[in-house]
Design a protein around this ligand. Structure first.
Ligand code: PAF
Length: 258
């Protein structure tokens, strides 16, 4: 596995692969890789002849008061996971934005509600950096986790609207033994918070069997200690929720018939 940090070098390598007839897969990440990412890497490995994982903590998707500085960074551990998945390149740029960067990609419908309401500007940062990554790596396939259901929907819409030649593939959420979805932010939870957080997937699963899943979830969550509701909403065939566990915000979703 090669580690490439220069965007131009990554772009010419991808161009050479493409000219040689390779199928290229990209797994975009912000690092702090976990078993959810591993499942994306492993599937990408099976579906393409060249696999690139990008690790870039994208500053433009964090609001000034958000956790950019404390976002976990551990390149050594991440590289080990990437090697285990037998990928070709770990793309780890120091910066993806030129000094006078002034071009943004904004999806203006699906990105407005849920996380978009709580985190204004977040999806503009996501779509911009994802398009930059797609332009550098020019992948046939790009893999994302279904845990970020709204992100998947927004990126899929961007790719459709802008005629980007990459197929967006979302893979099922990977859960730990206690049911909690793997997330880079889980490492911020104390043992007690982790126990409280387990209620999130449990309630989501129970809620979808109720007559009014949203109301039921709201009512039940209020009764649980240590959890504060950000939102619960039906979105794109899923019941999606974001909750605060102390200062950590977790999101999750389960399929939910309309
Ligand atoms: O899901 C993430 O880790 C990020 O939002 C992404 C897609 C890598 C863009 O920075």
């Amino acid at each position: 596995m090669r580690i490439v940090s220069d965007p131009k070098q990554m772009q010419s390598l991808a161009r050479r692969w493409r000219a040689a007839g390779d199928t290229i897969a990209l797994v975009p990440t912000m690092g702090a890789l976990h078993r959810g990412h591993e499942s994306l890497l492993t599937t990408a490995r099976q579906r393409a002849t060249r696999v690139v994982a990008s690790i870039y903590v994208n500053p433009t998707q964090f609001a000034p008061h958000e956790d950019l500085a404390k976002y976990p960074r551990d390149l050594k551990a991440d590289a080990k996971i990437c090697r285990r998945a037998n990928i070709d390149v770990l793309f780890h740029p120091a910066n993806l934005y030129t000094a006078d960067h002034s071009t943004w990609v904004e999806e203006s419908s699906l990105s407005q509600d849920l996380c978009g309401r709580t985190r204004p500007g977040h999806f503009r940062g996501v779509t911009t950096v994802v398009l930059i990554l797609l332009n550098i790596v020019q992948p046939d396939l790009a893999f994302f986790g279904q845990k970020d259901a709204q992100q998947v929907a927004v990126i899929t819409r961007m790719v459709r609207d802008l005629y980007v030649m990459t197929k967006i593939i979302s893979l099922p959420t990977v859960r730990d033994e206690d049911g909690l979805a793997f997330s880079s932010r889980n490492r911020f939870l104390t043992v007690a918070q982790r126990t409280n957080a387990q209620v999130l997937p449990q309630l989501l699963h129970l809620a979808v069997a109720q007559k009014n899943p949203v109301l039921w979830f709201q009512r039940e969550l209020k009764r649980r200690p240590g959890l504060q509701l950000d939102y619960v909403k039906k979105f794109n065939g899923h019941l999606c929720a974001a909750v605060w566990v102390g200062t950590t915000r977790l999101i999750d979703n389960v399929p939910c018939p309309a």
